[in-house]
Design a protein around this ligand. Structure first.
Ligand code: AMP
Length: 537
């Protein structure tokens, strides 16, 4: 016997229909690279998405085809999300920071038929056009110099059309994740998974969004589906404040003027903002109405959490990955929050929080990945995850990426505390094994960046005849600051176990980063391949 409720497929076009109907006049603003600003509304986004759907049909795009974007954050990009799914297509957001070989690989692997791009990326398009034979139609978001301009392209249509009929298990979006080895891998989100993820995302324990929420998402729309915000934002009808450029002065100016309440970004974004505010003698509370900071992508350091909290901002320190749509966990106040001291609250937020409903986590033995470890806050193991918005199989892969019980191996190393709080300690490939015991590179790095003169730090293992590996710490000093290795070691001494203390501290001008802004340990290890520890004992 089936239940007796209505058919209402979980398809993402319902999201934009809802926002346009219920919050039609709610505005979005975009600051463009040329310094101009435009405004639109949820009703405007839907109308333009309908016109884009017609333009795509006119270009011969059909259900299931891939429509790519190479663009920063702006309202036309938002239109594209809904225009692409409106035609039954699959939106493929490309990270413009990838290397040419990766760009060639993902566009041809995805078989993108249409590419919409920012004028700033014209050099990439010029360079790659011959290597992207599958792309038939190019449209430029903000210029008509080399390809049809977006506004003209959709302008030829009236928006009077129906969304293509799709099934909730049909795909709607494709994001590639550039792992540390091999070619990037595609994660193919479905309408259903995306819808469930969006419904979860706005909850108080996660983005904590309501109809008064004004979000400046610094997380790019090309990274991990912009943490789902373009989908989730429709549910309570939030206002987006977009900037095509990532200049902290512009971002702080927008926050102030548009009274931004929420922002989301990786730690380096917040750091750049702090540095700018310091340079003009201001603090976070002096700009806009920021009350919630969502930080993820890599571990949020202590000083960052402290500074935001001292400024009255609640910090949602989130863990997730492209393969998890990306929401996995967030740090939101537990029941006893008000009884905790400020320092205890900060210590809690430094961990990665508890899972959203719909996400299950467990840690298994690092050596053989079979024994499930207790949630005791001590046993460190390989983190596995499962749930309706977690990957089952990479795009076009023949094998499932999960085991027979649907557990996906994240490649992260973590402990889970008795109350379910997740604490990431490393990446499986980055842990340092010394004398048979694991040293967390992440904890060393977090402790190091707490030093006032250190801008960034990375710990890597160096081969050692007796201990197998020993950690060294590679640091970048803040501009105009001078700091000695001994001072860094003194700073670490009461923060990490004695045997975790780095055998050496090295200073470099820059630490290599991946296309998504994370420290590239692979490149760093390569750079220090021939490094010899001074005293080996
Ligand atoms: P991506 O798919 O590019 O978003 O990368 C996902 C990876 O980023 C995860 O597997 C983690 O290694 C790392 N990551 C994400 N959030 C956090 C966090 N809050 N703390 C530490 N690492 C994180």
């Amino acid at each position: 016997m089936l239940g007796a409720m209505q058919d209402w497929d979980l398809v993402v076009t319902h999201l934009i229909d809802h926002a346009a109907r219920e919050y039609g006049e709610r505005e979005h603003i975009t600051y463009w690279a040329d310094g101009t600003e435009t405004r639109t509304t949820w009703a405007g986004v839907r109308h333009d998405a309908k016109r884009m759907t017609q333009a795509l049909r006119a270009a011969g795009v059909r259900k299931g085809d891939r429509i790519a974007t190479l663009a920063m954050n702006h309202s036309r990009h938002l239109v594209t999300w809904y225009g692409a799914v409106g035609v039954g297509g699959v939106l493929h957001t490309i990270n413009p920071r990838l290397f040419d070989d990766q760009l060639e690989y993902i566009v041809t692997h995805a078989e993108d038929r249409v590419l919409l791009y920012d004028a700033a990326f014209q050099p990439i398009v010029d360079r790659m056009r011959d290597r992207w034979p599958c792309v038939e139609t190019y449209v430029c978001f903000d210029s008509g110099d080399h390809a049809p301009a977006f506004e003209d392209w959709i302008g030829a249509h009236d928006g009077d059309t129906e969304w293509e009929k799709v099934d909730e298990r049909d795909p709607c979006m494709l994001c590639y994740t550039s792992g540390t080895t091999g070619n990037p891998k595609g994660v193919l989100y479905e309408h259903r998974s995306t819808m469930l993820h969006a419904m979860a995302g706005v909850q108080p324990n996660l983005f904590d969004a309501d109809s008064r929420t004004v979000v400046l998402p610094v997380v790019p729309m090309f990274h991990a589906a912009s943490w789902g915000l373009p989908w989730a934002g429709t549910i309570p009808g939030i206002k987006f404040v977009y900037s095509q450029v990532n200049d902290p002065k512009v971002l702080c100016g927008l926050m102030d003027r548009e009274q931004v309440t929420h922002s989301a970004g990786v730690p380096t974004v917040w750091l750049a903002m702090f540095n700018y505010l310091d340079s003009v003698g201001k603090d976070v509370r002096d700009v806009g109405k920021l009350r919630r900071a969502i930080i993820g992508g890599s571990a949020a350091p202590k000083f960052m959490i402290e500074r935001l909290m001292k400024n009255g901002v609640s910090v949602a320190h989130a863990w997730g990955m492209t393969e998890t749509s990306p929401i996995g966990t967030t740090g939101s106040p537990p029941a006893n929050w008000d009884e905790l001291s400020f320092d205890e609250q900060v210590a809690l937020v430094m961990k990665q929080g508890r899972p959203a409903f719909g996400v299950e986590l467990r840690c298994v033995d690092l050596d053989d990945h079979t024994k499930v470890l207790p949630r005791d806050g001590k046993s460190s193991g390989a983190l596995q995850v499962r749930g309706p918005w977690v990957i089952k199989r990479y795009f076009k892969a023949e094998e499932d990426a999960v085991d027979s019980d649907q557990w996906f191996d994240t490649g992260d190393v973590a402990v889970i505390h008795p109350d379910g709080t997740l604490q990431l300690t490393d990446r499986t490939k980055d842990v340092i094994k010394s004398g048979g015991e694991w040293i967390s590179s992440v904890e060393l790095e977090n402790a190091a960046v707490g030093h006032p003169a250190i801008a960034e730090a990375a710990a890597i293992g160096i081969p050692h005849p007796k201990w197998d590996e020993r950690p060294i710490l590679v640091c970048v000093a803040k501009p105009d600051m001078i700091v000695r290795a001994e001072e860094v070691l003194d700073h670490l001494r009461d923060k990490v176990a004695k045997w975790w203390m780095p055998d050496a501290v090295e200073f470099v001008d820059e630490i290599p980063h991946t296309g998504t802004g994370k420290i590239s340990k692979k490149d760093l290890r390569e750079r220090f391949r021939d490094y010899v520890l001074e005293k080996v004992e």
